[in-house]
Design a protein around this ligand. Sequence first.
Ligand SMILES: NC(=O)c1ccc[n+]([C@@H]2O[C@H](COP(=O)([O-])OP(=O)(O)OC[C@H]3O[C@@H](n4cnc5c(N)ncnc54)[C@H](OP(=O)(O)O)[C@@H]3O)[C@@H](O)[C@H]2O)c1
Length: 429
Amino acid sequence: MSGRTYRIGVAGLGTVGAGLLKFLGERPDFAPAGGRAVVTGVSARSRSRKRPVDISNLPWFDDPVALATSPETDIFVELVGGSDGPAKAAVEAALNAGKPVVTANKALIAEHGAELAALAEAKGVPLLFEAAVMGGVPAVKMVREALVGDDIRSIAGILNGTCNYILTEMEATGRAFSEVLSDAQRLGYAEADPTMDVGGFDAAHKITILAALAFGCAPSYAAAEIEGIDQIELLDIKLARDLGYRIKLVASADRSEDGVLVRVHPSLAPMSHPLAQAGGALNALFIEGERIGRIFVQGPGAGAGPTAAAVAADIADVMTNTVRPVFQKPAGALAPFTPVDPSRSMGRAYLRFLVKDEPGVIAAVSETLAEAGVSIESFLQKPVENADGVPIVLTTHAVAESVLNAAVERIAGLPAVLDRPRLLRIARI
Ligand SMILES: NC(=O)c1ccc[n+]([C@@H]2O[C@H](COP(=O)([O-])OP(=O)(O)OC[C@H]3O[C@@H](n4cnc5c(N)ncnc54)[C@H](OP(=O)(O)O)[C@@H]3O)[C@@H](O)[C@H]2O)c1
C-alpha cells in the first residue's frame, strides 16, 4: 500500500468543488490503493465569497492555469465548467505540464474531448471525467471499462435531472412548463439561465460522451440532433398518458452499419418502462449490448455529494497509477464519427392536430397520412376541450422521419387545421 500524499489542486469551488473539499477534508485516506489525497491549492472567481467549506488555510490562486501548473499540484481537478475559457485553458495547461486531470465538465469533454485525449495520451497522463455523465452513477466507467467485452448497440437515457424534475412536476401538479420552471429555479433545481438544461444541450453533451465511449469513435457534439422540453405542453402530457405513455427527455445513441445517430428529444416512453418510472430529478440509462443484452441503471445525476463521490473515484484511479486510453481506444485509433442522416431514421411517432369541429376532417387527416405513406397505429379523439377546435391525437407505425415530416407539413396546410401540429417521437426502448 502506498503511503504517498497526493497534492490536489481544485479549480472551482461551487456545488461540486465544495462537496469535494468537504469529502477530502473528512476522508483523505479513502483511496483503496492507499495514500492520502490532500487539497493543497484552490482557485475560483471570488476569493471573498462565503463558502460552505473553510478555505482560509488553503493557498489561493487567482488564475486556475497557475494552480494547474504549480509544482505543488500533483493532480489537477477542474470543477469550473464551460466548454472553453478558463476550464479548457487550465486543463490544457495541466496536461501540458504532465499532470493528471480529473474533471466533471461534460461540455469540455463533449466539445474538445478528442484533442484533449490526444494531448493526455501524448503526455502519458490520465484525463478522467466520471462525474461528467450522470453525476453519482458510474456510467462512464461502466461503458468505457466494464462493457468492453461486449459490443454496445444502443444507449438511451434520462440524462438531465432538471428536465426530468420539470416534466414529472408538470404531470403531477397539472401546471404549465413556465410555472414549474420558475418553481424549480426558486428551489435550486434549475439554473437562473436554464437554457443548457431545458434546451437539451446538457443532455446532448452527456450522450455525446457516452456514444464516443460505447462505439469507439471520437466525440462529436456538433453531430447531435437536439430538441429540448421548452415547447412541451400540459395537454400533450395528459394525452400521452391517455395513450399509456409518459413524456421524457430521452437522450439516445444508436450504432448501425451507416454510422452513429446521437439525439436528444422529448419522447414518449411506455408507462410501464423503467425509463418512464424514473421520476423527479433522477437520471436513468438503458444500454443494449450484443451479448450482455439489456442493462438498466438509475440514480442521482447531480448534487454535491453524488458528484463529488464520482470525482473522488477518479482521483482514486489516478492514485492507483492506472493510465488507460481516455476514451474506449487510444486517441489516434478512434474511428471518425460518422453521423447518420436523422431524416432516414425509422421510428414511431405521436401527432396532435387542433382541427375545426366539422365533418370530414378526420378523413382528410388520415387520407393525407395514408397518401404520404404513414400508417396510423392508434387514434384518439378527445371530447372538445378547446373552444377553438378539437384535438386529434394519433400514433403511427414506424416510418422514416423524412416521410413523417413531409406528411405533417401537408396536414398543417389543410384548411381545417387550426394550429401548428405537434410531433413527438415514441422512444425506441
Ligand atoms: N452541480 C452538479 O450537480 C454537477 C453534476 C455533474 C457535473 N457538474 C459539472 O461540474 C462542474 C462544476 O459545476 P458546479 O455545479 O459545481 O458549478 P458552480 O456551482 O457554478 O461552480 C463553479 C465554480 O467555478 C468558479 N469559476 C467560475 N468562473 C471562473 C473563472 N473564470 N476562474 C476561476 N473560477 C471560476 C466559480 O467561482 P465562484 O464560486 O467564486 O463564483 C465556482 O466556484 C461543471 O462542469 C458542471 O457541469 C456539476
